[in-house]
Design a protein around this ligand. Structure first.
Ligand code: GTP
Ligand code: MG
Length: 305
């Protein structure tokens, strides 16, 4: 009897900030594993999401998608580590997908990034994302503009928001994966520990509810995770800030802001983890949290990037 065979490989999603990489990985794996916001530089480290595809009754393919931080010109240590992590895994990826927001111009910055990716990989796939926002006519113009510039292996028109085009993309990638035993158990959706996912969910709510520079100057850590006898979970998290002045802004009038943020995070976590959560948020001033190596290594970032 012929043995069942399998394919498995890594597909890195790269692009400039805000192009929709995290929205797409969530849609592709069918669960929220990576946080999303309308602000740039939301994702800070690589997150793997796993999708299993039955190509036939005998042939299964496992795609490991890697969501990466958006690529931009980094200045601070954390930014350098973020951008470095996006680039560092490209070489070893089986496929690289460049995600472009169709509403955005293909400017010099974007061209530079695309060219750099082609220097690392010759077979790059293009995704034109957010097609739900562009009339068909403009979309056709956009496709020919970018196709005239670069020789992508394949182009996919996608709306990560409503899922259009995703099935085709999954099928294409599943076929392209190399023969290999599955890297992950079939029930695994993400490599992210629950404690980090919980920190990320709170960070997302802070990102969405705070303005200007504040979201970029805070980080969230899950300090305690206790399962109670009724199976509910107590989660204690610390929001680290690097300016004392941020504290009253996060708290808001009579603590209303942090209460709202905490409620949003708790509700989402209850949905994701399918249990009752008691979430406790504390704010700590740590002027140099961005210079603390442990804040990098815990999420796989290179402190010296
Ligand atoms: N209309 C529409 N909006 C989208 C689509 N994909 C993403 N968005 C929105 O675009 C914004 C950015 O999405 P993200 O998924 O956070 O983008 P990202 O590329 O991961 O951003 P960084 O992590 O900052 O690099 C969010 O407001 C999303 O809701 C889409 O297909 N259609
Ligand atoms: Mg992201």
């Amino acid at each position: 009897m012929k043995k069942n065979i399998s394919k498995s490989g890594f597909v890195n999603l790269v692009g400039i900030p805000n192009s929709g990489k995290s929205t797409l990985i969530n849609k592709l794996v069918g669960k929220k594993i990576s946080i999303v916001s309308h602000k740039v530089q939301t994702t800070r480290f690589c997150i793997r999401g796993i999708y299993n595809f039955n190509l036939s009754s005998k042939l299964k393919s496992q795609i490991i998608f890697v969501d990466t931080p958006g690529i931009f010109l980094p200045k601070r240590r954390l930014e350098k580590a973020m951008v470095n992590s996006a680039w560092s895994e490209l070489k070893s990826a089986n496929k690289v997908v460049f995600i472009h927001d169709v509403l955005k111009k293909i400017d010099n910055n974007t061209k530079e990034i695309i060219e750099k990716i082609f220097e690392i990989k010759s077979d790059v796939i293009l995704i034109l994302n957010k097609i739900d926002l562009l009339p068909k006519e403009d979309l056709l113009k956009k496709i020919s503009e970018i196709k005239n510039l670069y020789n992508f292996e394949e182009t996919f028109l996608i709306s990560a928001k409503n899922g259009s085009g995703c099935k085709k993309l999954l099928e294409y990638l599943a076929k392209k994966m190399p023969p290999h035993p599955f890297f992950y158990d079939e029930n695994t959706i993400s490599d992210l520990p629950q404690s980090i996912l919980a920190s990320e969910i709170t960070r997302e709510k802070l990102f969405k509810n705070l303005n200007q520079e504040l979201p970029y100057n805070l980080t969230v850590e899950t300090e305690k995770w206790v399962i109670n006898s009724d199976e509910s979970v107590n989660i204690q998290q610390t929001i680290y800030i690097n300016k004392q002045g941020y504290k009253p802004i996060i708290l808001g009038k009579q603590g209303q802001n942090i209460k709202r943020i905490g409620t949003l995070a708790r509700k989402e976590l209850e949905k994701l983890l399918d249990c009752k959560i008691h979430l406790f948020l504390h704010i700590k001033f740590r002027k140099n949290w961005m210079d603390d190596p442990s804040k990098y290594s815990s999420v796989g970032l290179n402190y010296n990037a």
